[in-house]
Design a protein around this ligand. Structure first.
Ligand code: PLP
Length: 396
């Protein structure tokens, strides 16, 4: 048992996945073909959003989201330090300035009061938006963030990379699925192998907003449009006649990128998405097992727990002697991981003036957190091995 490596997360590739990629490779399109729209439509339906735009990866999704919302130099945007750096970096890409709020110690999510304090301490117009993160798969209460954002005229990008299939229950008792566009302007997802749906590299942006949707499609492909109704140059210039643009014509109207996904990645995404509901059931079962095993243990200072609507990309335990546990688990071939080193204390952000003590709850969380193995194919036996190894380390 101890010889087989148990990582904190891993993909599950089935025969169905392999076959669909082969079929796509043997078809007419490697990229810009029909699998993209099919993946987008199915993903939007799963999440409950009107539109979905497939892109090259989650970071590209964040970058395009920030571009579509027209983040400009001089604008400030708030996010959490307990996230992958890309949630913050997308603002910097556009010349904006990221400001880090703190987390709520028991949910590990961006604390709305810390955001309110930042907003209140600057003149209105200083901040342009908020990027809340459904960290570990726990859904941010976006209904509350929307109210606050409306007071200050802010947009919201929901970083839902950890949470396709997660939800929170709103004040009317309705399940609000992560990325469904009810409260956030845009939401982003990643299809990196450790995430719920794996396509190698890949990402998705969801929205209910027609204008943002059109802007995203344009930005994804160099800022190029191909539609008579949208052209600004004249028919004469284009080389057409009788009011008709010629067949070859297209226009580059804004500065975009090539952030497209390939068709074989989209095909893989589609079959992976088909199994996402099953995967969610398994993740929630594993979380329940961990919660039962660790509840009340004296070495446990906190954990992700058994929370309704949690999508469990990660299951976090907060422990004493985290380094000792981490190293011991590795000797047993259990490769737990730490999520995350607080983003505001990365050297790049320290250089911009961030320092220790700026976000005490996030910094304290980092001292104790460890992410346990969490993926749908983690067997009952492996779960027990993880649990017993951890308890054994603490003599519990
Ligand atoms: C994975 C991840 C990203 C970036 O996704 P990539 O596909 O790796 O570029 C962004 N934000 C969060 C919270 C993530 O976990």
């Amino acid at each position: 048992m101890a010889n087989k490596v148990i990582p904190y997360g891993r993909q599950n590739i089935t025969q169905e996945d392999i076959q669909t990629v082969i079929d796509t490779l043997q078809g007419d399109y490697l990229t810009q073909g029909p699998k993209i729209k099919e993946f987008e439509d199915k993903f939007a339906e799963y999440i409950g959003a009107k539109y979905a735009v497939a892109v090259a990866n989650g970071t590209a999704a964040l970058h395009l989201a920030a571009l579509a919302l027209e983040v400009k130099p001089g604008q400030k945007v708030i996010t959490t330090p307990i996230t992958f750096a890309a949630s913050a970096n997308c603002i910097q890409y556009c010349g904006g300035e990221v400001v880090f709020g703190d987390i709520t110690p028991d949910t590990y999510l961006l604390e709305i009061d810390s955001v309110r304090r930042l907003l209140e301490s600057s003149p209105k117009g200083t901040y342009a938006g908020i990027v809340p993160v459904d960290f570990a798969g726990r859904a941010v209460n976006l209904e509350e963030f929307r109210k606050l954002a409306n007071e200050y005229g802010l947009w919201i990008i929901e970083d839902a990379c950890h949470a396709p299939g997660g939800y929170f229950v709103d004040s009317n008792g309705n399940e609000q699925w992560c990325g469904n566009g009810q409260f956030a302007d845009l939401a982003v997802f990643s299809f990196h192998p450790v995430k719920h749906i794996a396509s190698g590299e890949g990402g998705m942006i969801t929205t209910n907003d027609d204008k943002l949707y059109d802007a995203l499609l344009k930005l994804r492909t160099h800022g190029i449009v191909k539609s008579d109704a949208l052209y600004t140059n004249s028919v004469e210039f284009a080389g057409g006649e009788n009011g008709q643009y010629p067949g070859w014509y297209m226009e580059m109207q804004t500065l975009g990128y090539n952030y497209r996904l390939t068709d074989f990645q989209a095909a893989l995404g589609i079959t992976q998405l088909g199994r996402a509901p099953q995967g969610m059931v398994k993740r929630r079962e594993i979380a329940a097992n961990y919660t039962n095993a660790f509840e009340g243990m004296s070495f446990v200072k906190g954990m992700s727990g058994n929370i309704e609507g949690h999508a469990y990309h990660l299951f976090v335990l907060e422990v004493e002697d985290r380094l000792g546990l981490y190293n011991f688990l590795r000797t047993q071939n259990i490769f737990a991981q730490i999520h995350y080193i607080p983003c505001h204390l990365m050297p790049y952000y320290r250089e911009k003036g961030w320092k220790e003590g700026d976000n005490p709850a996030s910094e304290n969380y980092y001292k104790h957190c460890i992410s346990l193995p969490m993926y749908p194919t983690l067997s009952e036996e492996e779960q027990q091995f993880v649990i017993q190894t951890i308890k054994g380390y603490y003599g519990a």
